[in-house]
Design a protein around this ligand. Structure first.
Ligand code: ANZ
Ligand code: ZN
Length: 823
């Protein structure tokens, strides 16, 4: 089957060495940035240097490279930079274990990964390389922090925070997954600490509303996850007077229309209010309860099947619409950091409240008649629409919308409430009690308070700490570096101390894509002119695990920088592609399962081109791919087959294809049109399948058709080389050279589809039996002889005419004729 000059092969490993060196010295992938071409910025989420590159990186970067190479061939000036997200806990843990400095481990891993990236044939611009742990980079992370602080977007306050008892550090809400530490899986508890926050909540509405700009280019599921995370709830704030307290207490409710059904009042046990209002009689019981809730993890507190617990605080709240006195309880199903930390409980229409009321024998009063069975009897709260009952002014109404509007009007008139919106989104807790991060550039002075480090003293560099100095102690390891900590106050010159916390690494990654536009810029984090030329990013590629963390934070940074006048756009990434995971034998790869696949080994065995081809061909980019189901050796065979086309071509470069085999030309242009469409719509796997078809069609014409000298064969082989270069760049370069071209295929242009050649979609094949026409078939012009023979014999009219007779002779002239002679 497999024709071509026997033994002609490309040597994958030799090609890798050769072309990687060529691209580097030729600076093939450095953008021109001279305005001669339209600019496009293609970006892969930058890696964390945890070790060498793994299969996940290989997939993501292969996807990104399809884009970058494609856009370059389409004539754009493409910027495709690379760098490292090189601060973070794993480096610190490794340093403690090996009694070394985190930088050693970090920068050694970066070098390993950089070499692997180069071997992997990515069209990267190495001149823009950055590491977030370099002082030249974190200088500007600190500078941005100070600018945010000036605008009130960075502030410090005492609050209940998520605490990981294992890593001995605080965590952002986003880093707590089902009540567990995202990093180590330990159950997260709460602690009251003074911490730094970014005021993301100020941008909640814009983060939601600007998603309109992303609808066309971002996956819907990421947008949905962000919407849910921001969690905008509309309802009302209602003020309840408290017996014996001057100030009323406000609750947030989404159902102010059920106000007449409120029968008790609940405060979060750790809310200051609870400790303030509890009566002396109840204090002991309350304090024991509060201590217990602090040990409970978020998972436990939110579990629905968990028995409801709580303590009566001995006090009463007054319902503003009917003056009823309602007992105030502390219960852990109410969270301190949502809404106002206090709720009016309406057991008839809220299941959590009903469960609690039944546990503590509190009254239940129905105020909406939904026609369902009475919640008092069933124990099931009714939440739907219905006629209002027991609700005074609402009793004539029967739908929620008018109920809510009527009660809000009444509350507003009386000055006891108003329409309100609440968000699930919290401010971003950014300080960490760890070493390997950007120090917070603040000095604490007994006289002057918080004093920012003056800009001309940035960066505040990390002191040199190693090994056991870094052991987690509950406070930052930096606190022990007394020479570093003790400074004189920049304002009054008196004795002062540095802030000893470092910034969450998500701060570093919230602005790195701007820095790529201005590598080495000394007057700021980036030159706004550079960013204006290159951004927004045309295509961002990375894992869906960042759907809310990184992808929300970087949107927040962008909006804040826009408000500072440094940008002229509000969304940084036009399009987002989330690649799936590479799994093995149905499961995520992991050390404990022992099912890890080593990227280096795969490359050793099959070569970079075949590994990349296998990744891309495996399925749609966003799907998970199971390495066990794939055949990198099949990819190797295909690549050799493609290569041999180029080796076989005998016509000269530049020959006019016009006189060449018409059907092959039609196939080439149709396939090229399809491939182009597939790339544009991110169906990279289908694009590969089309390239395979074109290889087969060309092979057939070389072996059994017009032959290797036909100019259409050259055209087809060139199409193969160019389109294949997106996925398997080394073989493509080899082909391009075999075809007599100067390097590099990456620097050529994507061929034009000749529309006039697309028309011949099928040809009519005549089936003769003993010279008489017995049937016709519509077939592809490139159909193979075996396939055509089988199709012809399967035709009903042919079967009938043969009537069971044996066949003496069959002549197949694909695609137009099959001639059968029966015995
Ligand atoms: C009375 C009520 C009646 C409520 C009813 C619901 C149904 P979402 O939709 O998630 O925003 N709530 C308010 N603050 C809370 C807190 N800190 N911890 C726990 N629950 C809290 O939820 C808003 C509803 O959750 C609010 O509306 C409040 O209960 C409760 F038939 O108020 B509702
Ligand atoms: Zn001072």
């Amino acid at each position: 089957m497999d024709g071509g000059a026997v033994g002609v092969r490309y040597d994958a490993h030799a090609a890798q060495e050769r072309w990687a060196a060529f691209w580097e010295s030729d600076r093939t992938f450095a953008p021109l940035d001279d305005g001669s071409k339209e600019r496009r910025y293609v970006l892969d989420m930058f890696p964390y240097p945890s070790g060498d590159l793994h299969m996940g990186h290989a997939e993501a970067f292969a996807m990104g490279d399809v884009w970058a190479r494609y856009l370059k061939l389409r004539g754009y000036d493409v910027m495709h930079p690379i760098g490292w997200d090189s601060f973070g806990l794993p480096a610190e843990n490794a340093a403690i274990k090996r009694n070394a400095h985190p930088a050693e481990w970090t920068y050694a891993n970066i070098e390993t990964q950089a070499n692997s990236f180069k071997r992997y044939g990515l069209s990267l611009d190495w001149s823009r390389r950055l590491h977030t742990s370099d002082p030249e980079y974190y200088h500007w992370t600190q500078w941005l922090f100070l600018r945010f602080r000036e605008r009130g977007l960075a502030y410090r306050k005492a609050s209940w925070v998520n605490w990981c008892p294992n890593d001995q550090t605080v965590l952002a809400n986003e880093q707590v997954i089902n009540g567990e530490c995202e990093r180590c899986g330990a159950a997260v508890t709460k602690r009251q600490l003074t911490q730094w926050f970014f005021k993301v909540t100020e941008y909640a509405d814009r983060l939601l509303d600007d998603m309109e700009q992303l609808e066309a280019g971002w996956p819907e599921r990421v947008l949905t996850m962000q919407r849910n995370w921001i969690g905008r709830s509309t309802g009302a704030h209602v003020d309840f007077a408290i017996d014996g307290r001057d100030e009323p207490v406000t609750v947030f409710t989404t159902r102010p229309d059920t106000l007449y059904g409120a029968t008790y009042f609940v405060v979060a046990p750790e809310a200051d209010l609870a400790a303030e209002i509890v009566t002396d009689d109840q204090r002991e019981e309350f304090e024991a309860y509060r201590a217990k809730t602090q040990q409970a993890t978020e998972i436990e507190r939110q579990a629905t099947d968990r028995p409801k617990t709580g303590v009566f605080l001995g006090r009463y709240a007054i319902n503003p619409v009917n003056g009823e006195r309602m007992p105030i309880w502390a219960a852990d199903y109410v969270l301190a950091d949502y809404g106002t930390g206090a709720v009016m409980a309406v057991p008839a229409h809220d299941q959590r409240d009903l469960d609690f009321a039944r546990a503590f024998d509190l009254p239940v009063r129905k105020v909406v008649d939904t026609g369902e069975d009475d919640p008092v009897e069933t124990g099931i709260a009714t939440t739907g629409d219905g006629r209002y009952v027991n609700s005074d002014v609402l009793n004539d109404l029967s739908d929620k919308e008018s109920g809510v509007a009527a009660i809000i009007e009444r509350l507003e008139a009386a000055g006891t409430g108003k329409a309100a919106i609440t968000y699930r989104l919290r401010d971003w807790l950014l300080s960490r009690q760890r070493f390997w991060g950007a120090p917070i550039p603040i000095i604490h002075c007994a006289t002057c308070g918080e004093v920012p480090v003056p800009d001309d003293q940035l960066p505040v560099e990390l002191p040199y700490l190693t090994g056991t100095d870094l052991n987690p102690k509950g406070t930052s390891p930096l606190a022990a570096a007394s020479e570093w900590v003790n400074v004189s106050c920049p304002t009054c010159g008196g004795p002062a101390t540095r802030d000893t916390d470092t910034m969450d690494t998500f701060v570093d990654s919230s602005w790195y894509f701007f820095r790529y536009c201005s590598p080495g810029f000394k007057e700021g984090p980036f030159d706004p002119e550079d960013v204006r030329r290159w951004m927004p990013v045309a295509q961002y590629v990375g894992g869906v695990e960042h759907a809310i963390l990184h992808l929300l934070y970087m949107r927040f940074f962008t909006k804040a920088l826009y408000d500072m006048g440094m940008l002229d756009f509000t969304e940084p990434m036009r399009r987002l592609l989330n690649q799936g995971q590479v799994i093995n034998e149905g499961k995520s790869m992991s050390k404990s399962l022992g099912n890890g696949v080593d990227l280096g080994e795969q490359i050793e065995n099959f070569g970079v081109d075949a590994v990349r081809l296998t990744m891309i061909f495996a399925g749609p980019p966003e799907d998970d791919i199971d390495w066990a189901d794939l055949s990198p050796s099949g990819s190797v065979k295909f690549l050799q087959r493609a290569y041999r086309l180029a080796a076989d071509v005998t016509s000269e470069p530049g020959v006019d294809p016009a006189g060449g085999d018409a059907t092959l030309r039609s196939t080439s242009h149709r396939t090229l049109a399809d491939i182009t469409q597939c790339i544009e719509t991110q169906r990279f796997n289908v694009a590969v399948a089309k390239i395979m078809e074109l290889v087969n069609a060309t092979r057939k014409v070389i072996d059994t058709g017009a032959g290797p000298a036909d100019p259409a064969v050259r055209e087809a082989a060139e199409f193969v080389a160019i389109t294949l270069s997106l996925v398997s760049p080394y073989v493509a370069e080899e082909m391009w050279e075999q075809l007599g071209h100067q390097p590099s295929v990456a620097a050529t242009t994507w061929p034009e589809v000749d529309q006039s050649l697309l028309t011949i979609e099928s040809v009519t094949c005549v089936i003769q039996i003993k010279g008489k026409i017995r049937g016709r078939l519509e077939v592809s012009p490139t159909i193979g002889e075996d396939e055509l023979r089988n199709l012809a014999l399967a035709e009903e009219s042919v079967q009938r005419a043969l009537d069971g007779r044996e066949i003496a002779k069959i002549i197949v002239r694909a695609p137009k004729l099959v001639s059968i002679v029966p015995a």
